[in-house]
Write a protein that binds this ligand. Structure first.
Ligand SMILES: C[S@@+](CC[C@H](N)C(=O)[O-])C[C@H]1O[C@@H](n2cnc3c(N)ncnc32)[C@H](O)[C@@H]1O
Length: 369
């Protein structure tokens, strides 16, 4: 008799997830670099999944391994006395690497939405007077520079997008479909509404749209329906509850992918306004940079990368001159140009830090005026 048949639904789900995690782990070992290019995938899930099995849910390492550090430093074209912005401080790996390359006149200004990132950043600012932190979204980077009287004086800006490992691995933050926790998913838990509040009140069509647009989830309609049905019995309160609802509503599991991956990522992107913030942050970045200042962006999935790529293309082209005008107006409205091609992590880095395998780094330089 198949032991799985005697299991309660929750036990079955856990077993299925365990099997899926094993598949993920094996896949990571064999994967070729670039195999997932253009695909939508979660950079963190699958990385440390086995580590947590059988452990206390909230035992996690408060560490984040920064990706593509040497490529970031090269992209920023570090000048020793320059002022740099790390718009996504996380656990500060990139900020510290930049500070290591500056002299006493150089500065790093950092931002992050997350209160736990702020705690780490305060430790750094207490020990290094060249470092200043402000909690908030990088969609406020213009105002931050204005406050400091540094508009147009920034030598380089880094945006390392998405979530940090501590955010994903701490069950109580509610980001992970593998760890049971309150369904929150906010990078800044003091602002906006949690994933649970949204899922328990949103229209079915709205949930469906989010899963489709931000998760590129084929089964967005079925999943939205399943969420509505489930919440009519009892409010959806935890990450594993949601994972179970979505998993059951997914009729065709993709190989090497947890069936809830796309939906969790979609909900996270929506709840944190990630794509809207990115569009605003990119526009402001060009405003605050010095002429010839550098913008470096690391993205982890195709929706983000598309926004970055198109932003650079648009500002590289400048204003469109009507074709009937016999004017050789070239640089009108041109704000930046790209430096090099998109870069990916080296095979060595991917072997050491599997999370880096989906990182795509793009660099642009502001026009000299
Ligand atoms: C991939 S981690 C950055 C890791 C960091 N570079 C390091 O070396 O530790 C992304 C961080 O960006 C933050 N974040 C995401 N979107 C943000 C936004 N719009 N504004 C500010 N911080 C944001 C997250 O809270 C998270 O801490």
């Amino acid at each position: 008799m198949n032991a799985k048949l005697n299991m309660k639904p929750n036990e079955k789900l856990k077993l299925n997830m365990k099997l899926n995690v094993k598949m993920n782990t094996n896949m990571n070992k064999n994967e070729d670099e670039g195999k997932h290019e253009g695909k939508y995938e979660d950079k963190h899930e699958g990385q440390h999944a086995d580590k947590h099995e059988g452990q206390h849910q909230d035992k996690y390492e408060d560490k984040h391994q920064s990706v593509m550090v040497s490529e970031v430093l090269a992209g920023l074209n570090i000048q020793k006395q320059g002022i740099y912005i790390d718009a996504t401080f996380g656990r500060g790996g990139h900020s510290k690497a930049i500070l290591d390359h500056l002299n006493q006149e150089g500065r790093v200004l950092a931002m992050d939405k997350d209160p736990e990132a702020e705690t780490k950043a305060k430790e750094l600012s207490a020990n290094d007077s060249r470092f200043t932190f402000k909690r908030g979204s990088f969609s406020g980077v213009y105002a931050f520079c204005q406050e400091l009287g540094l508009l147009g004086k920034i030598a380089g800006i880094l945006m390392d997008l998405g979530v940090s490992s501590p955010q994903l691995e701490k069950a109580s933050r509610g980001f992970s479909f593998r760890l049971d926790g309150p369904l929150d998913m906010r990078m800044d838990p003091s602002s906006g509404i949690s994933a649970a509040e949204w899922l328990n009140t949103a229209e079915e069509s709205e949930i469906s749209r989010v899963l489709k647009e931000y998760g590129e989830e084929r089964f967005h309609r079925r999943m939205a329906r399943a969420i509505i049905n489930a919440r009519s019995q009892a409010p959806i309160a935890t990450t594993l509850q949601l994972a179970e609802i979505i998993t059951k509503a997914n009729p065709a599991w993709e190989r090497h992918k947890n069936p809830a991956t796309r939906s969790f990522q979609a909900i996270r992107i929506y709840i944190n306004r990630e794509l809207e913030d990115l569009a605003l942050g990119l526009e402001q970045a060009l405003e605050v940079l010095l002429p010839k200042g550098r913008l470096v962006v690391i993205s982890f999935h195709s929706l983000e990368d598309r926004i970055v790529k198109r932003f650079i293309q648009k500002n590289e082209q400048g204003d469109m001159v009507p074709s009937y005008l016999p004017l050789p107006i070239l640089n009108v409205g041109k704000k930046c140009h790209r430096i090099g091609k998109k870069a990916k992590a080296s095979i060595t880095e991917i072997a050491e830090n599997p999370r880096s395998r989906s990182a795509i780094l793009r660099v642009a330089e502001k026009e000299a005026e």
